[in-house]
Write a protein that binds this ligand. Structure first.
Ligand SMILES: NC(=O)c1ccc[n+]([C@@H]2O[C@H](COP(=O)([O-])OP(=O)(O)OC[C@H]3O[C@@H](n4cnc5c(N)ncnc54)[C@H](OP(=O)(O)O)[C@@H]3O)[C@@H](O)[C@H]2O)c1
Length: 333
């Protein structure tokens, strides 16, 4: 076990930052990840330019924050590293129209999620490197931690190694965005894509937020105060997540009351039963077979009709959102 961990985990000492400092980095997109990674790279002494579409909403912001911005085609011609940091559902079109025709041999294509490579929406020429540096956290955390002289762990992977140093480039890039300050761990495009989608769907943006909203609704329907329900079902989540993130789940159970431990363990058996476990397996199968990918691409093509429905809050959600808006700024940190 110890051996396996050491084989795939890297830290600052394992990465040579001068490698990325000697290259020109073209960041395509200035959104969640693009902005955070670009700012961290710049602060780490790396030459960065931003590639944006015509009439981009982010142009002014990127310029104010000190970047030279160009159209995507020009920045692809300029850069040694081309970082594709635009939404996954539009990435293949952008690659085909604005990147591929301007990409020369021995350059490096970098992704922060394996989706487009794994599902073969993008098939790069074999004469360039294809690497992934995927922070395990949102862009705002990537920037915030970097400024605190810390970092967000990054998953790194190499799909094509045309220059025989693709892994070193990925490690160097990870170091420059603060990743190896925490750690970088090695994986593959397939493993990252499938497990990332699974984690989102089953835990992070799937059952977690839904459990919070459903439990809030149950308390409201039974006549409890919305404010108390909000604290119990939503606000306390952060404290327990912080606890088990810092200490592990086993130690978390040692640090809550035995009433909480007993009640939680026995009721979780009822909530997360075999049906739920089987549904998780089904969700994983849909990801592995490409069924989810096809569904999601169709949704994007149609202009997100299903997602738009979910974005329309029902009555309980409206109340929950209002409470969040009022209470969060009031609570002293
Ligand atoms: N969200 C996260 O924190 C996170 C975490 C880990 C990995 N990732 C991965 O990082 C990558 C980027 O995700 P993101 O969340 O950072 O994306 P994002 O914030 O949605 O990206 C926004 C940027 O993409 C540009 N863009 C959008 N559609 C475009 C189009 N059709 N043509 C050209 N440019 C377009 C936007 O242009 P305008 O400026 O003109 O609007 C903007 O600059 C994805 O592969 C994602 O899976 C994201």
């Amino acid at each position: 076990m110890q051996q396996d961990v050491n084989d795939i985990i890297y830290f600052d000492k394992d990465a040579d930052i001068s490698l990325i400092q000697s290259k020109k980095v073209a960041i395509i997109g200035y959104g969640n990840q693009g902005r955070a990674q670009a700012l961290n790279l710049k602060d780490s002494g790396v030459k960065v330019r931003i590639g944006l579409r015509k009439k981009s909403k982010s142009l002014k912001k990127a310029q104010i924050e000190g970047f030279k911005c160009q159209d995507i085609e020009s920045v692809v011609e300029w850069g040694d590293l081309i970082c594709c940091l635009v939404p996954d559902q539009y990435m293949a079109d952008i690659y085909t129209n604005n990147i591929k025709p301007f990409l020369s041999a021995r350059k490096t294509l970098l992704f922060s999620h394996g989706y487009n490579i794994h599902y073969k929406l993008i098939k790069p020429n074999s004469d360039c490197n294809v690497i992934m540096v995927a922070p395990s956290g949102p862009g705002y955390a990537v920037r915030k931690k970097y400024k605190e002289e810390k970092g967000v762990p990054t998953l790194i992977a190499v799909d094509q190694d045309a220059t025989s140093d693709a892994l070193d480039i990925a490690l160097s890039y990870s170091k420059a965005i603060g990743g190896t300050r925490a750690c970088a761990f090695k994986s593959t495009f397939k493993e990252e894509t499938e497990t990332d989608l699974f984690g989102e769907q089953v835990i992070l943006t799937g059952s977690f937020p839904r459990m919070i909203k459903e439990s809030f609704k149950v308390l409201l329907e039974d006549g409890y105060s919305p404010v108390v329900a909000w604290f119990v079902c939503f606000y306390e989540v952060k404290n327990i997540v912080d606890l088990f993130s810092d200490k592990g789940i086993d130690d978390m159970f040692k640090m809550v009351s035995e009433t909480a431990e007993y009640g939680g363990q026995t009721r979780a058996d009822r909530l997360i039963d075999d049906d739920v476990a089987n549904e998780m397996k089904e969700i994983l199968n849909e990801i592995k077979s490409g069924e989810f990918h096809r569904e999601w691409m169709l949704e994007a093509e149609k202009g997100m009709p299903v997602l738009d429905q979910y974005r329309e809050p029902n009555q309980t959600e409206q109340l929950f959102n209002e409470l969040t808006k009022v209470l969060l700024p009031k609570i002293k940190k």
